[in-house]
Design a protein around this ligand. Sequence first.
Ligand code: NAP
Length: 250
Amino acid sequence: MNNQRVAIITGGSRGIGAATAKLFAQNGYAVCVNYKSNAESAKALAEEIKALGGHCISIQADVSKEDDVLRLFECVDRELGVVSVLVNNAGVLKKQMRLEEMSADRINSILETNVTGYFLCCREAVKRMSTRHGGLGGVIINVSSGAARTGSPNEYIDYAASKGAIDTLTKGLSLEVAAEGIRVNCVRPGLIYTDMHADGGEPERIERLKSKIPMQRGGLSDEVAEAIYWLASEKSSFSTGSFLDVAGGL
Ligand code: NAP
């Protein structure tokens, strides 16, 4: 075990999480790439990072399951050391539909990953980081969404509401642990080119909507990763409970 800083990126196998994992590794962090089912992408990313001289492990864990989250953090304790940065990024949405078509199963599955998963990972991070528990402090970045403010009508209000909950989680937890060495901040991406839009049934969604973005284009995962990295770094040492929109003005 050495003194290398340790970052856990949930949902790190693809999209915004993968870009974030690479950026942290390039900046000297030992990185844990968490994923749910896409072992191939997660392992390929870990190999890519290692080939560039970085330190990276990949761990399968469904963040909506408490036992999986416990195993994820214990595995990181053992293999990398105590976590100093948690990027809560694993998120899902489902097929676009109006609210009156939504089943309880669908709504619950969104909330379990996007809300309960974030809470559980925050809990395990705080137990390890808080000076109250003998920890050395740390930083938590929650990846929310511009959807928290727009509400995503006719697409996925359930997803948007889950992100509203993350904004509230960020505010409450940031104040709860502000005097315990932990900063908690939030990045709210706008329309970013990843696989996620295909899960909603519209892979080309950004092309349909991009004329409504003031900057007239979708964003890149790397652009979100840079915002996450800044909020995790000492350059933002007096920022907590803050929200950084990465949305081209939307
Ligand atoms: P993505 O490309 O669809 O990737 C989702 C990631 O989350 C994958 O690594 C996936 O793992 C993982 N994941 C899903 N459910 C999980 C679970 N239960 N446990 C652990 N990992 C799980 O998504 P993205 O677009 O990069 O989105 C990342 C975050 O940004 C999400 O929170 C999303 O809500 C937010 N966001 C995205 C956009 C956008 O336009 N893309 C906009 C605003 C906010 P597998 O690879 O194993 O499936």
